[in-house]
Design a protein around this ligand. Structure first.
Ligand code: PLP
Length: 459
């Protein structure tokens, strides 16, 4: 089919996730055709350096032979096996065992979902089961962070704190609450690591006191906030929040859908501070985007409490047709091999170089803040570095960034008109990191030199 015909069908029929339906219909899609390593090719043959790993997921890069072979072999041998009625498949069992061995602390029990959103929704349901099982059903409330993202189910969208996900959706639900994000760049007053962490600890304690000390079930956070604008909390923040949850008697849940599988360096970001959550959600890098899969890791205590309080012969009523899908699990195993055979180490090396290159961008007229954790980075744009004034919407920075970036052959993500997100594949070479940063600088220079933007810049 010709590109023109595909574009026409897309405009008429395909609803794009989290998009302006109006703008999408008008602009039409950019159709991707193939990929290799950190590179994509569109349907017209244009080469693009993917600085965002698709949607922060293709950690191993495109076209990995061993992953494709594992999927092909499994699909030919047994494309589907249910986990219901006592059945299981070899790859699902093996993957659960290998992940449990690599998971922090006693997060030994693993439920496989189809992606991150239903991993979060599953975690929320398991927390509900757990509170009932331990005789504390009044612990209903769940607390998240402002600017948090936890997916697109009803419960996940409510736990999320981004306006687009709440608009006309009647969420947050009555039991969902938020405290401020550990956003040092825009933290009022003293924004030292210690002050930002102390503010989060105090906010969590105050929220629990407001809701009732025996009414709160859990606190959810991303170790680095992704869709909220790549907000990297201060070192020690996660540990402090974990300890506070322990003190308050509430569960600490780490949503590692983006940060898991080497994105910030170690396999799980929790390892950076030796934090052992009570539950952890993952997806994306679990299969590196080669097939849909997510997972909930739960502590032995949560698992056994639910198990032991469910009468014999009664089902714990949660699961999906595609839970623990064997092809996704086979892919997960092949991807885990790659992480263990050098990809994590390469990501650390590439991430150090990325940090070195991006910090140099701090001098750029449009750049107010650079945040980086491994191969995950946010660049915050301002038109006045002194006042930290965000670019006005009328400058249409996001749309300029996106079209100029595409033209110059580099993909990244623009959050609103003020934050650029980067999450390159962990397989990037140092030369590719350099090229990514060179192209990004070129994009920023072009945006800065736009007449309207230049007129808006102060200092
Ligand atoms: N949780 C976090 C932290 C995420 O970043 C995302 C997606 O970006 C999700 C949950 C939802 O995952 P999915 O898009 O696979 O449903």
């Amino acid at each position: 089919m010709t590109p023109e015909k595909l574009i026409s069908i897309d405009r008429d029929h395909l609803i794009h996730p989290v998009s302006s339906w109006r703008d999408q219909e008008e602009a039409g899609p950019r159709i991707l055709h193939s990929g290799h390593g950190a590179w994509l090719k569109d349907i017209n043959g244009k080469e693009l350096l993917d600085g965002f790993s698709g949607l922060w997921c293709v950690n191993v890069g495109y076209g990995c032979k061993s992953v494709v072979e594992a999927a092909t072999e499994q699909m030919a041998r047994l494309p589907y096996a249910t986990g219901y009625f006592g059945f299981a498949s070899e790859p699902a069992i093996t993957l659960a065992g290998r992940l449990a061995a690599r998971a922090p602390g006693n997060l030994n029990r693993i439920f496989f979902s189809q992606g991150g959103s239903d991993a979060v929704d599953s975690a929320l349901r398991f927390i509900r089961f757990y509170q009932h099982a331990r005789g504390t059903p009044e612990r209903r409330h769940v607390i998240g962070l402002a600017r948090g993202y936890h997916g697109s189910t009803y419960t996940g969208a409510g736990l999320t704190a981004l306006a687009a996900f709440h608009r006309d959706a009647d969420v947050p639900l009555s039991w969902q609450h938020h405290i401020p994000s550990p956003y040092a760049y825009r933290h009022p007053g003293d924004n030292s690591d210690a002050a930002v962490t102390a503010a989060s600890v105090a906010a969590l304690k105050a929220k629990v006191a407001e809701l009732g000390a025996d009414k709160v079930a859990a606190f959810f956070c991303e170790p680095v906030q992704g869709s909220g604008g790549v907000i990297v909390p201060p070192a020690g923040w996660m540990k402090a929040m974990r300890e506070t949850c322990r003190e308050l008697g509430i569960l600490f849940v780490a949503d590692e859908v983006i940060t898991g599988f080497g994105r910030t360096g170690p396999l799980f970001a929790c390892e950076r501070e030796n934090v052992v959550p009570d539950m952890m959600t993952v997806a994306k890098g679990l299969t590196s985007g080669y097939a849909p899969m997510g997972a909930v890791f739960m502590s032995e205590d949560i698992y056994t409490t639910i198990r032991d309080n469910t009468p014999p012969g009664v089902a714990v009523g949660h699961g999906m047709t595609y839970s623990a899908h064997p092809v996704s699990a086979a892919i997960g195993l092949a991807v885990l091999d790659l992480y263990e055979q050098g990809l994590l180490a390469n990501g650390v090396k590439a991430g150090e170089h990325l940090a070195h290159r991006l910090h140099a961008l701090g001098n750029h007229a449009l750049v107010g803040d650079v945040r980086i954790s491994g191969m995950l980075a946010g660049i915050e744009l301002v038109t006045d570095k002194m006042t930290k004034h965000k670019p006005d919407a009328k400058l249409k920075i996001a749309s300029k960034l996106s079209s100029i970036g595409y033209e110059k052959g580099v993909l990244f993500r623009a959050f609103g008109d003020d934050i650029i997100g980067l999450a390159p594949p962990l397989c990037c070479t140092i030369e590719e990191v350099d090229l990514l940063c060179d192209r990004l600088t070129d994009v920023l220079d072009t945006v800065r030199d736009d007449a309207e933007v230049r007129a808006a810049l102060k200092g």
